[in-house]
Design a protein around this ligand. Structure first.
Ligand code: GTP
Ligand code: MG
Length: 171
């Protein structure tokens, strides 16, 4: 059959935002982990969609590991950036990390798609994806296609919409 196009996706965002939970949901059911633990360093996960073969670098968001992120910028074809929509206190920290990412020399010049998940929308005090988008000033991103999806990674809601968008921009 036809060989699927191979793409490297970097999954970034603060610790506890839900990166590993999201990636786990995107894997085939028989390979999903039952229990999610905070990521140490990073994990590499592979799964396929209808047209693509994904290799996802699921990075730890803990501050002590964030210096690892930049080592994978060069080889990435797309970025998934996850935000805990209920974590108002750390929204500025998320914005700082996003700005640092977008200004990095290995990312700045690349027109790679950036998919945002405004995750944990099931929580009582979660902000809307529009509000998250405003707080992160996403409309200032002019040189890359980007998209934001509201998600509930525990139930898997909103994830397919995001993956479909990413697929369309990786063809
Ligand atoms: P690090 O690996 O430390 O960077 O964290 P992470 O971004 O990978 O977060 P992880 O997937 O480990 O999830 C952190 C916690 O949030 C876990 O207890 C998850 O069950 C929970 N969680 C993830 N997504 C959601 C969501 O959409 N809603 C709710 N209520 N909880 C979520
Ligand atoms: Mg993790």
């Amino acid at each position: 059959g036809l060989k699927k196009k191979e793409v490297n996706v970097l999954c970034l965002g603060l610790d506890n935002s839900g990166k590993t939970t999201i990636i786990n949901q995107l894997k085939p059911p028989n390979t999903q982990a039952q229990e999610i633990v905070p990521t140490i360093g990073f994990n590499i996960e592979k799964f396929k969609s209808s047209s693509l073969s994904f290799t996802v670098f699921d990075m730890s968001g803990q501050s002590r590991y964030r210096n690892l992120w930049e080592h994978y910028y060069k080889e990435s074809h797309a970025i998934i950036f996850v935000i805990d929509s209920s974590d108002k206190l750390r929204m500025v920290v998320a914005k700082e990390e996003l700005d640092t990412l977008l200004n990095h020399e290995d990312i700045r010049s690349k027109r790679i798609p950036v998919l945002f998940f405004a995750n944990k929308i099931d929580l009582q005090d979660a902000m809307s994806s529009v509000k998250v988008s405003q707080m992160l000033c996403l409309e200032n991103i002019k040189d890359k296609p980007w998209h934001i999806c509201a998600s509930n990674a525990i139930k898997g809601e909103g994830l397919q919409e995001g993956l479909d968008w990413l697929q369309d921009h990786l063809k």
